[in-house]
Design a protein. Structure first.
Length: 153
């Protein structure tokens, strides 16, 4: 049987808490966190599963997809190096990137015009499994990495 705890940061109150210890109710907490697909939304949570720190994060932003993807790559490398420097072990750190652009075609007479959106809506989903660092540190590293990506957009 695994030991599963949910350690999350309550940004409204500046506290970390563990589900089950917060009034005994059993539901997902999103105190002070925007909806995951809202532009500018950044959500990060960390679960402790046996010895692993399991971090998930979501970020939705608008920007240049190539620049955002390059920054994701740089931040993931930095995150892995920081975990190692803290004496931790990286199981894996992954980010999926969903990019949506809008192209509008219009016809007047026989002329077809194309207008392309200069920016894309980009949804990033981070998943990381790390060992031998504090859950709060794992969560903060993911939050800093995704915040840096948001800043580059």
């Amino acid at each position: 049987m695994s030991d599963l705890h949910h350690v999350k940061r309550d940004d409204d109150h500046g506290e970390n808490y563990t589900c089950g210890a917060c009034g005994g109710h059993d539901h997902e907490h999103h105190h002070g966190q925007p909806a995951a697909d809202e532009i500018g939304a950044l959500r990060v949570v960390c679960h402790v599963h046996d010895d692993a720190r399991v971090v998930s994060g979501q970020l939705t932003l608008r920007g240049d997809a190539a620049r955002v993807k390059a920054e994701v790559q740089a931040q993931l490398g930095g995150m892995a190096r920081t975990v190692a420097a803290m004496g931790g072990i990286v199981g894996h750190i992954k980010v999926s990137c969903e990019t949506t652009t809008v192209d509008v075609y219009s016809v007047t007479d026989a002329q077809v015009d194309l207008r392309q959106s200069p920016e894309a809506v980009i949804k990033l989903n981070l998943a990381a499994i790390v060992f031998a660092i504090e859950p709060e540190d794992a969560e903060e590293l993911a939050r800093q990495a995704l915040s840096a990506v948001a800043a580059c957009a």
